[in-house]
Ligand binder design. Structure first.
Ligand SMILES: NC(=O)c1ccc[n+]([C@@H]2O[C@H](COP(=O)([O-])OP(=O)(O)OC[C@H]3O[C@@H](n4cnc5c(N)ncnc54)[C@H](OP(=O)(O)O)[C@@H]3O)[C@@H](O)[C@H]2O)c1
Length: 238
């Protein structure tokens, strides 16, 4: 049996580590040619040195940069967007600028990816966007994160209808140890991870590989579209 993504090209937008890197590695293991694109081209080139991953520059807040990448690549089979600029903070702390940047990165950027890549993709191509558990779990300090993730869920369903038969799905991770929580400081991060691990039904924090496995599933299951697939250890259930 051939690998499920054999002869397919997958574009993965994001950083060279965390979930994006696990997705790159899982897509390669599934047989895909992979293009990794992000704002820091030098870091991506360095991170993927010695591999067959092609690194490209793109800024999801800049439509011209997305159009240029689409023209440069000339077409891909699948597009995965992991890019995010979280606007954490309580209502009193949030600024319009931070909220807007978050929406431009996680909601508008993927819509522009669809605008410029979908016309160059085959009918059996697909998009995977990134949502997150905050959309389902109102929590002080995560209002803007919840709003952007909720929008991603809605955009996913709308794009699935508009771009059909190209499929569009989202992955909604729970708490995943990718470095994204390091800004809390070691002590607060350990306290948060301990509390969440004790409470959630999976009794652990997620790994980038847990999420990447779901991305490959979304890329290869040809009867799934318009879905936001939770990979969250059951966190919103408790
Ligand atoms: N980690 C979690 O617990 C968790 C939970 C729920 C949802 N998620 C979602 O899962 C996805 C991946 O999460 P992660 O923790 O691995 O990574 P992350 O820390 O959210 O990193 C996302 C990366 O996106 C890139 N980015 C930001 N603005 C961009 C732009 N304008 N254009 C292109 N790239 C841009 C940045 O890479 P550079 O700094 O290299 O530019 C940034 O490091 C995100 O969408 C995140 O919201 C994660």
């Amino acid at each position: 049996m051939s690998a499920p993504l054999q002869d397919k090209t997958v574009l993965v937008v994001g950083r060279g580590s965390g979930i994006a890197r696990a997705v790159v590695e899982a897509a390669r293991a599934a047989g895909a040619r992979v293009v990794a694109a992000g704002r820091d081209l030098a870091a991506l080139q360095e991170g993927y040195r010695g591999t067959d991953v092609t690194a490209k520059a793109v800024d999801l807040t800049d439509e011209d940069s997305i159009a240029a990448l689409a023209a440069d690549l000339g077409g891909v089979d699948h597009v995965v967007s992991t890019a995010s600029a979280r606007a954490r903070g309580t209502v009193g702390e949030l600024t319009p600028e931070a909220i807007t940047l978050s929406f431009r990165t996680k909601v508008v950027g993927p819509i522009m990816l669809a605008k410029h890549f979908a016309p160059r993709m085959p009918a059996d191509g697909s998009f995977v966007l990134f949502s997150g558990v905050a959309a389902l779990e109102p929590d002080p300090g995560f209002l803007a994160v919840a709003a952007t993730n909720g929008s991603v869920n809605t955009v996913t369903r709308s794009l699935a209808v508009e771009l059909a038969p190209i499929r569009v799905n989202a992955i909604s991770p729970g708490t995943i140890d990718t470095g994204a929580w390091d800004a809390l400081g070691a002590e607060k991060k350990a306290e948060l991870f301990g509390r969440l691990s004790a409470a959630n039904p999976s009794r652990r924090i997620g790994t980038p590989q847990d999420v990447a496995q779901a991305v490959v599933f979304a890329l290869t299951n040809t009867f799934m579209t318009g879905v936001s697939l939770a990979v969250d250890g059951g966190q919103p259930l408790v």
